[in-house]
Design a binder for this molecule. Structure first.
Ligand code: BTN
Length: 236
Protein backbone atom coordinates (compact mmCIF):
# COMPACT_ATOMS: atom_id res chain seq x y z
CA UNK A 1 0.00 0.00 0.00
CA UNK A 2 1.39 3.39 -1.00
CA UNK A 3 -0.01 6.72 0.10
CA UNK A 4 0.46 8.41 -3.26
CA UNK A 5 1.41 7.16 -6.71
CA UNK A 6 1.07 8.67 -10.15
CA UNK A 7 -0.73 5.53 -11.34
CA UNK A 8 -0.84 2.09 -9.74
CA UNK A 9 -0.73 0.59 -13.25
CA UNK A 10 2.56 2.37 -13.96
CA UNK A 11 4.06 1.28 -10.65
CA UNK A 12 2.88 -2.31 -11.18
CA UNK A 13 4.45 -2.28 -14.64
CA UNK A 14 7.74 -1.02 -13.21
CA UNK A 15 7.72 -3.76 -10.59
CA UNK A 16 6.76 -6.44 -13.12
CA UNK A 17 9.58 -5.37 -15.42
CA UNK A 18 11.88 -5.85 -12.44
CA UNK A 19 10.65 -9.39 -11.88
CA UNK A 20 7.78 -8.96 -9.39
CA UNK A 21 5.71 -12.08 -8.94
CA UNK A 22 2.34 -13.02 -10.33
CA UNK A 23 -0.46 -11.83 -8.06
CA UNK A 24 1.38 -8.86 -6.55
CA UNK A 25 -1.08 -6.05 -5.81
CA UNK A 26 -0.14 -2.37 -5.89
CA UNK A 27 -2.60 -0.26 -3.92
CA UNK A 28 -2.54 3.52 -3.55
CA UNK A 29 -4.49 5.80 -1.26
CA UNK A 30 -4.27 8.48 -3.94
CA UNK A 31 -3.22 8.64 -7.60
CA UNK A 32 -1.99 11.87 -9.11
CA UNK A 33 -2.25 10.64 -12.74
CA UNK A 34 -4.72 7.77 -12.57
CA UNK A 35 -5.47 6.55 -16.09
CA UNK A 36 -8.67 5.29 -17.64
CA UNK A 37 -9.28 3.58 -20.96
CA UNK A 38 -8.71 5.48 -24.22
CA UNK A 39 -6.16 7.76 -22.54
CA UNK A 40 -8.76 9.39 -20.30
CA UNK A 41 -7.78 10.38 -16.80
CA UNK A 42 -9.31 8.56 -13.85
CA UNK A 43 -10.26 10.63 -10.86
CA UNK A 44 -11.02 9.02 -7.54
CA UNK A 45 -11.44 10.75 -4.21
CA UNK A 46 -8.70 9.77 -1.75
CA UNK A 47 -9.95 7.67 1.13
CA UNK A 48 -13.32 7.06 -0.53
CA UNK A 49 -12.31 4.77 -3.34
CA UNK A 50 -10.03 1.88 -4.19
CA UNK A 51 -7.32 2.16 -6.84
CA UNK A 52 -5.14 -0.89 -7.30
CA UNK A 53 -3.35 -2.95 -9.91
CA UNK A 54 -2.63 -6.65 -10.02
CA UNK A 55 0.38 -8.16 -11.76
CA UNK A 56 -0.69 -11.21 -13.76
CA UNK A 57 1.71 -13.63 -15.41
CA UNK A 58 -0.72 -15.81 -17.32
CA UNK A 59 0.25 -19.32 -18.32
CA UNK A 60 -2.22 -19.09 -21.22
CA UNK A 61 -1.12 -17.89 -24.69
CA UNK A 62 -0.91 -14.12 -25.08
CA UNK A 63 -3.76 -14.17 -27.61
CA UNK A 64 -6.08 -15.01 -24.69
CA UNK A 65 -4.90 -12.24 -22.37
CA UNK A 66 -7.56 -9.73 -23.51
CA UNK A 67 -10.00 -12.06 -21.78
CA UNK A 68 -8.57 -10.83 -18.48
CA UNK A 69 -10.68 -7.71 -18.98
CA UNK A 70 -13.91 -9.73 -18.91
CA UNK A 71 -12.64 -11.91 -16.07
CA UNK A 72 -11.82 -8.82 -14.00
CA UNK A 73 -15.18 -7.17 -14.68
CA UNK A 74 -17.00 -10.32 -13.64
CA UNK A 75 -14.87 -10.61 -10.49
CA UNK A 76 -15.72 -7.05 -9.43
CA UNK A 77 -19.44 -7.59 -10.06
CA UNK A 78 -19.44 -10.86 -8.13
CA UNK A 79 -17.48 -9.32 -5.26
CA UNK A 80 -19.96 -6.52 -4.61
CA UNK A 81 -23.26 -8.17 -5.35
CA UNK A 82 -23.51 -9.84 -1.94
CA UNK A 83 -23.97 -6.30 -0.58
CA UNK A 84 -25.80 -4.74 -3.52
CA UNK A 85 -28.38 -6.29 -5.86
CA UNK A 86 -28.58 -5.45 -9.56
CA UNK A 87 -24.90 -5.03 -10.36
CA UNK A 88 -24.40 -4.92 -14.13
CA UNK A 89 -21.53 -5.14 -16.57
CA UNK A 90 -21.35 -2.76 -19.50
CA UNK A 91 -19.25 -4.59 -22.06
CA UNK A 92 -16.40 -4.97 -21.95
CA UNK A 93 -15.85 -4.24 -18.29
CA UNK A 94 -17.42 -1.15 -16.79
CA UNK A 95 -19.36 -1.99 -13.66
CA UNK A 96 -22.74 -0.33 -13.42
CA UNK A 97 -25.31 -0.02 -10.68
CA UNK A 98 -28.65 1.59 -11.42
CA UNK A 99 -27.42 2.92 -14.76
CA UNK A 100 -24.34 4.60 -13.29
CA UNK A 101 -20.70 3.61 -13.35
CA UNK A 102 -19.23 2.41 -10.07
CA UNK A 103 -15.95 0.86 -11.26
CA UNK A 104 -13.63 0.83 -14.25
CA UNK A 105 -10.90 -1.54 -15.32
CA UNK A 106 -7.76 -0.91 -17.36
CA UNK A 107 -5.83 -3.96 -18.59
CA UNK A 108 -2.40 -3.35 -20.11
CA UNK A 109 0.03 -5.95 -21.41
CA UNK A 110 3.80 -6.01 -20.98
CA UNK A 111 6.23 -8.51 -22.51
CA UNK A 112 5.50 -11.48 -20.26
CA UNK A 113 2.93 -9.99 -17.92
CA UNK A 114 -0.35 -8.11 -17.85
CA UNK A 115 -1.43 -5.40 -15.45
CA UNK A 116 -5.06 -5.38 -14.36
CA UNK A 117 -5.90 -1.98 -12.89
CA UNK A 118 -9.16 -1.53 -11.02
CA UNK A 119 -10.74 1.67 -9.77
CA UNK A 120 -13.92 1.47 -7.70
CA UNK A 121 -15.93 4.15 -5.93
CA UNK A 122 -16.50 2.69 -2.49
CA UNK A 123 -17.64 5.41 -0.09
CA UNK A 124 -17.85 8.46 -2.33
CA UNK A 125 -21.06 10.40 -1.71
CA UNK A 126 -20.49 13.45 -3.84
CA UNK A 127 -18.98 13.51 -7.30
CA UNK A 128 -17.56 16.41 -9.31
CA UNK A 129 -20.17 18.02 -11.59
CA UNK A 130 -18.68 16.45 -14.77
CA UNK A 131 -19.54 12.94 -13.59
CA UNK A 132 -22.26 13.61 -11.02
CA UNK A 133 -25.05 12.16 -13.16
CA UNK A 134 -23.15 9.15 -14.52
CA UNK A 135 -21.24 7.92 -11.46
CA UNK A 136 -22.22 6.17 -8.28
CA UNK A 137 -20.55 4.42 -5.37
CA UNK A 138 -21.09 1.27 -3.37
CA UNK A 139 -22.08 3.43 -0.40
CA UNK A 140 -24.77 5.26 -2.38
CA UNK A 141 -26.06 1.98 -3.82
CA UNK A 142 -26.05 0.06 -0.54
CA UNK A 143 -27.30 2.96 1.56
CA UNK A 144 -24.50 2.42 4.05
CA UNK A 145 -20.70 2.68 4.10
CA UNK A 146 -18.64 -0.33 3.12
CA UNK A 147 -15.24 -1.34 4.41
CA UNK A 148 -12.73 -0.83 1.58
CA UNK A 149 -10.47 -3.61 2.84
CA UNK A 150 -13.35 -6.11 2.67
CA UNK A 151 -14.25 -4.99 -0.85
CA UNK A 152 -10.62 -5.38 -1.93
CA UNK A 153 -10.31 -8.85 -0.39
CA UNK A 154 -13.48 -10.05 -2.08
CA UNK A 155 -12.46 -8.67 -5.49
CA UNK A 156 -9.06 -10.37 -5.24
CA UNK A 157 -10.64 -13.69 -4.25
CA UNK A 158 -13.03 -13.60 -7.18
CA UNK A 159 -10.37 -12.39 -9.59
CA UNK A 160 -7.91 -15.15 -8.67
CA UNK A 161 -10.62 -17.65 -9.60
CA UNK A 162 -11.88 -15.94 -12.76
CA UNK A 163 -8.40 -15.26 -14.16
CA UNK A 164 -7.72 -18.98 -14.03
CA UNK A 165 -10.59 -19.41 -16.50
CA UNK A 166 -9.33 -17.36 -19.44
CA UNK A 167 -8.30 -20.58 -21.22
CA UNK A 168 -10.20 -23.71 -20.26
CA UNK A 169 -13.32 -22.65 -18.44
CA UNK A 170 -13.83 -19.37 -20.30
CA UNK A 171 -17.42 -20.39 -20.97
CA UNK A 172 -18.08 -19.92 -17.26
CA UNK A 173 -16.72 -16.38 -17.41
CA UNK A 174 -18.86 -15.70 -20.47
CA UNK A 175 -21.97 -17.03 -18.77
CA UNK A 176 -21.32 -14.76 -15.79
CA UNK A 177 -20.83 -11.71 -18.01
CA UNK A 178 -23.87 -12.57 -20.16
CA UNK A 179 -26.04 -12.80 -17.07
CA UNK A 180 -25.07 -9.30 -15.97
CA UNK A 181 -24.59 -7.53 -19.30
CA UNK A 182 -26.64 -4.32 -19.34
CA UNK A 183 -26.37 -3.91 -23.13
CA UNK A 184 -28.08 -7.12 -24.25
CA UNK A 185 -31.10 -6.37 -26.42
CA UNK A 186 -30.36 -2.65 -26.39
CA UNK A 187 -29.73 -0.26 -29.26
CA UNK A 188 -26.08 0.75 -29.03
CA UNK A 189 -23.46 2.73 -30.90
CA UNK A 190 -19.89 1.47 -30.81
CA UNK A 191 -16.98 3.65 -31.82
CA UNK A 192 -14.56 1.22 -33.45
CA UNK A 193 -11.23 1.69 -35.24
CA UNK A 194 -13.09 1.44 -38.56
CA UNK A 195 -15.78 3.94 -37.60
CA UNK A 196 -19.06 3.96 -35.67
CA UNK A 197 -21.24 0.86 -35.68
CA UNK A 198 -24.88 1.10 -34.74
CA UNK A 199 -27.21 -1.79 -34.03
CA UNK A 200 -28.76 -3.98 -31.37
CA UNK A 201 -26.55 -5.96 -29.07
CA UNK A 202 -27.48 -9.62 -29.43
CA UNK A 203 -25.02 -11.05 -26.97
CA UNK A 204 -21.44 -12.25 -26.64
CA UNK A 205 -19.61 -14.62 -28.96
CA UNK A 206 -17.38 -17.46 -27.77
CA UNK A 207 -14.29 -15.24 -27.47
CA UNK A 208 -16.12 -12.52 -25.54
CA UNK A 209 -16.68 -10.38 -28.63
CA UNK A 210 -19.84 -8.30 -28.85
CA UNK A 211 -22.44 -9.53 -31.33
CA UNK A 212 -24.12 -6.58 -33.00
CA UNK A 213 -27.21 -6.96 -35.18
CA UNK A 214 -27.04 -4.31 -37.89
CA UNK A 215 -29.01 -3.79 -41.12
CA UNK A 216 -26.07 -5.52 -42.86
CA UNK A 217 -26.19 -8.63 -40.69
CA UNK A 218 -24.47 -9.79 -37.54
CA UNK A 219 -21.14 -8.10 -36.82
CA UNK A 220 -18.57 -9.30 -34.32
CA UNK A 221 -16.97 -6.39 -32.47
CA UNK A 222 -13.74 -7.30 -30.74
CA UNK A 223 -12.80 -3.86 -29.50
CA UNK A 224 -14.50 -0.49 -29.23
CA UNK A 225 -13.21 2.81 -27.95
CA UNK A 226 -16.59 3.84 -26.74
CA UNK A 227 -19.85 2.02 -26.18
CA UNK A 228 -23.01 4.13 -26.01
CA UNK A 229 -26.51 3.07 -25.14
CA UNK A 230 -28.60 4.92 -27.71
CA UNK A 231 -31.58 5.21 -25.41
CA UNK A 232 -29.94 6.69 -22.33
CA UNK A 233 -33.10 6.11 -20.32
CA UNK A 234 -32.90 2.42 -21.05
CA UNK A 235 -29.91 2.06 -18.75
CA UNK A 236 -30.52 -0.61 -16.16
C1 BTN B 1 -11.87 3.14 -17.17
O1 BTN B 1 -13.02 2.86 -16.88
O2 BTN B 1 -11.61 4.02 -18.02
C2 BTN B 1 -10.75 2.41 -16.50
C3 BTN B 1 -10.37 3.04 -15.20
C4 BTN B 1 -9.24 2.31 -14.50
C5 BTN B 1 -8.75 3.06 -13.28
C6 BTN B 1 -7.79 2.24 -12.47
S1 BTN B 1 -7.48 2.96 -10.89
C7 BTN B 1 -6.19 1.82 -10.64
C8 BTN B 1 -5.44 1.67 -11.95
N1 BTN B 1 -4.41 2.69 -12.09
C9 BTN B 1 -4.68 3.53 -13.09
O3 BTN B 1 -3.97 4.51 -13.42
N2 BTN B 1 -5.83 3.18 -13.68
C10 BTN B 1 -6.42 2.00 -13.08
Amino acid sequence: MREELASTNDEARRLAENGAADGLVVLAERQTSGRGRRGASWYAAAGESLAFSIIVRPTEPQSLWPRLALAAGLAVAEAVESDIPGVGIKWPNDIWIGGRKVAGILVEAGGDFAIVGIGINVNTREFPPEVADIATSLHLAAGRPLESADVLTKILEHFMWRRSQIGAGFDEVLDGVRLRCVLTGQAVTLMTASGPRRGTMEGLGPGGELLLRTPNGLERIIQADEVRLDDFNARA
